[in-house]
Design a protein around this ligand. Structure first.
Ligand SMILES: [Zn+2]
Length: 398
């Protein structure tokens, strides 16, 4: 499971020796051959780029060996059906190697630099919630963390959740009613203890969404015992057995997560729809979205998962362009004035631009709503001309 610490290590990485190689490879789950061809091509082109870089002989040799090593380990991997893409970050000169198997598709590419190309990974991670799963009955509890398709049990949680069992004092509890009271008191104490433990995990940042697994009506009772701030992050209660296996728990979580994401997606798309209809703070269609990117105005970008479209991108700053005909002069970047190049898919560049503007990116899994928004749409921060109007108003006032 990818931890925040690992992501930070990648973000802050700066090679003192050797070069940093970042590889994203889309694994077509049904076709190992096409993936193998793709990795061979990527490595071949990377070796060409490498020979054009101004680096010393020893460094070049070690980078070439590393590329071969990455290629061979990808070719040797016969389990691509378990994931949709991989990300590799490697610098053999500093003995740094990380490989992540990813549950969604990314665009294949290989980048050689002194730092790692982490942005696609960060975009992907930000689209996923870290989900805490608590399984609870009247005496025990277990806790799991689920992130980007992986599950991890926190073993210490179930030990800590064992409340010190005070024996029932028969002498004082002769009547059945008193016994029942005592039992209820124990469950209540157990719930409070588990709710406290969850609060601690939540405050440590171990999860930002929560699912409860418990028999009815225990789950609903426990939900009421939660730390109040956690209520809004509770996305589901499932009747799963406390002894369930990890695979079963993961499947339950993924199905609740999918439903939740779908709900959130529809909420966002409807909001965009409303805003565009009243010419408010949203735009739809590739042309308008690219204009918003050029205005540094993207706040939340929604894009159909399989949407691609040719276009242009700046060779220097990477700014996407819908067409090469711009007021600044044909083929010039509107942002920095450098030369534009034609690309077969500009949508990916829009996602990159959005991420660099700290916008939230949501890949939408084919709903009718995103199709009616021309496959790409965004909430924007500023409407064109609003500040000019504001200043004019101030000037006429004074
Ligand atoms: Zn530019």
């Amino acid at each position: 499971m990818i931890t925040d610490g690992e992501v930070n290590a990648l973000l802050n990485y700066n090679a003192r020796q050797g070069v940093a190689i970042s590889l994203y490879l889309n694994g077509d789950t049904r076709n190992k051959d096409s993936r193998d061809i793709e990795i061979k091509d990527l490595i071949k082109n990377a070796r060409k780029d490498l020979s054009n870089l101004n680096i010393d002989r020893a460094c070049l040799q070690s980078a070439e060996e590393n590329l071969e090593h990455i290629r061979d380990s990808v070719l040797a991997d016969n389990s691509p059906s378990k994931y949709k893409a991989i990300a590799v970050f490697s610098n053999s000169a500093e003995n740094f190697h990380r490989i992540y198997r990813l549950p969604i598709h990314v665009k294949s590419r290989l980048v050689i630099d002194t730092t790692f190309y982490v942005r696609p990974l960060v975009v992907l991670l930000e689209e996923h919630s870290r989900i805490g799963v608590v399984l609870i009955d009247s005496r025990h509890a277990r806790f799991f963390e689920v992130y980007v398709g992986e599950i991890l049990e926190h073993i210490d949680f179930s030990t800590a959740a064992k409340s010190s069992k005070t024996p029932l004092l028969e002498t004082f509890m002769k009547r059945e009613k008193r016994l029942a009271q005592k039992k209820e008191e124990e469950v209540r104490r157990h719930f409070s203890l588990v709710a406290d433990l969850l609060k601690t995990h939540f405050l440590k940042g171990h999860f930002d969404r929560l699912i409860i697994g418990a028999k009815k009506p225990l789950g609903d009772h426990f939900a009421r015992a939660l730390y109040p701030k956690l209520h809004k992050d509770l996305i589901g209660i499932s009747e799963i057995d406390i002894h369930a296996k990890e695979g079963e728990i993961l499947a339950m979580v993924l199905s609740i997560e999918k439903e939740y994401e779908l709900h959130e997606e529809n909420k966002l798309l409807r909001r965009i729809m409303n805003e565009t209809e009243k010419d408010g703070y949203a735009v739809r269609g590739l042309k308008r979205v690219i204009e918003a990117a050029q205005d540094y105005s993207l706040q939340t970008l929604a894009v159909a998962d399989d949407f691609t479209q040719p276009g242009f991108v700046c060779s220097a700053c990477g700014m996407p362009h819908f067409s090469a005909d711009v007021p600044e002069g044909k083929g010039k970047c509107v942002s920095c004035g450098e030369q534009l190049i034609e690309v077969s898919d500009v949508v990916d560049q829009v996602v990159d631009a959005a991420a660099s503007q700290n916008a939230i990116v949501r890949h939408v899994q084919g709903t009718d709503l995103i199709a009616s928004l021309e496959n790409i749409a965004a909430i924007i921060k500023f409407r064109k001309g609003e500040f000019v109007k504001m200043e004019e108003a101030v000037e006429t006032e004074s």
